[in-house]
Write a protein that binds this ligand. Structure first.
Ligand code: ACO
Length: 478
């Protein structure tokens, strides 16, 4: 691809995003904005529903979602502008540090991220497991734990003082008789561990912990690509330091260097999924961090929460649905049947957005750009467009149901050569930025999360010994 084409692609992408922004904010039904809040007096009065719906657990300057306006903001910057002008690496810096980086800050941040993409020790452990038999999220959960073992001192605080284990490589057990060259072996052995640096404070906001955030953002990307490779029976591919985060992710996953269009659209997907309020996985990660556990355990909790179909994974369902429908002309009949059976359409509706999800507004045109270059995706894209039209015209006004981020993301990932099983891990690759940024912020004024439950059970039962207990059958007969 020549330079001219590349420039046309990036211009087409930017224009499409800015056009989507204009459409979004010119909508006359847009709702009110959040009042400007300077100081919050705790405790707050708010209406709380089951599952903590409506509860306010903390203050944040990281991200803001206006569900009636269809607006998503990271650190004051609108998501449309970030997708049009920024990169995922810059957005990570913004989320973690609260400001856009200077040129120097960005260069040093990128250099670190790039070097942290290399996680050979962790990959070596991963390759030893039958990952191809596991769900990809389960493998990612394990991978994060391996990273913790290899990249932190936390389970090995006493290691620096230990001199009894002599070994020539890290797989050996202590030897009864020190071999020749023992001193060198000791040095090599301990040199590979991350001993707890004396500067580390016992809190989760020290510079070493910020460094762990960088390691997690980079490492989860590599680990996800490794899982994708192992899952499809291929060997992992080393990152290429000359590539961007998005390009590396695609390269390590598919084995092919992406075109500039593919790279930019992957980058946009990463930006779009980086943060989204107090969603279930962010909350899970923050709850774990609030116990003064560590960042790796917290990110592991985020991965675990994301695994559930009510959170990650709806985009897989969208792909299955579009393939099942088969073609745009079959959409009306299929939709009529779904309505008759009162079934939900995957990729539509959102707990917070009661208008178009801005992420869907951006991903729709991206799918169109990719479909124009990938004939195999064209029919699926046209089917998606027909479905969007009929759902919005039927339910948009009446039930406030519009496409959500998952409606087009699966189509984008498939066009980029990523398999369905990798969609949810890919969500984690991006969201690790939001998880870690929110943990760092919360840790500045940490208070362990501890809501209450309303007890509605009995209180005065008399204990009966086991042999005197009646089975439910006996009770019914009596
Ligand atoms: N298709 C058809 N009808 C829908 C849909 C849909 N996708 N979503 C909601 N509705 C209807 C419901 O049937 C209900 O109608 P009723 O009032 O006549 O009973 C009404 O809209 C309200 O539905 P709720 O489920 O109460 O809305 P809620 O805001 O709690 O649900 C949710 C949001 C869970 C996302 C829901 O819209 C849904 O299940 N969508 C499909 C799955 C999906 O796409 N999930 C991804 C969400 S985005 C993300 O997690 C990253």
């Amino acid at each position: 691809m020549n330079r001219e084409n590349t420039e046309i692609d990036s211009l087409a992408i930017r224009n499409a995003i800015l056009q989507a922004k204009e459409t979004a904010y010119s909508n006359s039904q847009n709702g009110p904005d959040l009042p400007k809040l300077d100081k919050i007096d705790w405790p707050l009065n708010c209406t709380v529903g089951p599952g903590l719906e409506g509860a306010i657990a903390c203050e944040t300057e990281i991200g803001y979602v206006n569900g009636s306006k269809g607006q998503l903001v990271y650190r004051g910057y609108d998501i449309f502008d970030l997708c049009a002008y920024s990169t995922y690496e810059e957005v990570c810096y913004l989320l973690l540090h609260g400001k856009l980086p200077s040129e120097k800050e960005f260069a040093s941040f990128r250099k670190k991220l790039n070097s942290y993409l290399f996680i050979p020790d962790t990959i070596r452990l991963m390759v030893g497991f039958p990952v191809e038999q596991w769900s990809t999220m389960s493998a990612l959960r394990l991978g994060v734990n391996f990273m913790r073992q290899k990249q932190t001192y936390r389970d090995d605080a006493a290691s620096a003082a230990r001199t009894d284990n002599l070994a020539s490589d890290e797989d050996s057990f202590a030897m009864e008789n020190p071999p020749k060259g023992a001193e060198h072996a000791v040095y090599e052995f301990f040199g590979r561990l991350f001993g707890k640096p004396s500067s580390v404070k016992e809190d989760l906001t020290s510079s070493e912990e910020v460094d762990s955030c960088y390691r997690l953002i980079a490492g989860v990307a590599t680990m996800t690509a490794v899982i994708s490779r192992l899952n499809s029976g291929s060997l992992p591919i080393e990152p290429d330091s000359s590539l961007s985060h998005a390009a590396n992710l695609l390269y390590m996953t598919t084995g092919k260097k992406p075109t500039p269009l593919e790279e930019k659209i992957m980058d946009i997907c990463l930006i779009l999924h980086a943060d989204h309020g107090m969603n279930a996985s962010t909350f899970a990660a923050m709850v774990v961090a609030s116990t003064l556990s560590d960042l790796y355990f917290s990110v592991g909790a985020g991965v675990s929460a994301l695994n559930g179909p009510l959170h990650g994974g709806a985009n897989e369902q969208v792909m299955i649905t579009l393939k099942k429908i088969g073609s745009p002309k079959k959409v009306p009949q299929w939709f009529e049947n779904m309505c008759k059976e009162k079934r939900k359409i995957p990729g539509f509706g959102h707990r917070v957005y009661k208008t178009y999800d801005p992420r869907a507004r951006i991903l729709g045109p991206m799918t169109s750009l990719l479909a124009a270059q990938k004939p195999a995706m064209k029919d699926l894209y046209l089917t998606a467009q027909a479905l969007e039209k009929i759902v919005v015209s039927t339910y948009g006004e009446t039930k406030r149901i519009f496409p959500n981020v998952d409606f087009y993301s699966g189509l984008v990932y498939s066009s980029l050569g990523i398999g369905q099983k990798m969609f949810t891990p890919l969500f984690a690759v991006s969201r690790v930025a939001g998880w870690t940024a929110r943990i760092l912020e919360y840790m500045k004024h940490n208070r362990i999360f501890r809501p209450r439950a309303l007890y509605t059970g009995p209180r005065d039962l008399v204990y009966t010994p086991m042999e005197q207990r009646q089975t439910s059958k006996q009770l019914t007969a009596a």
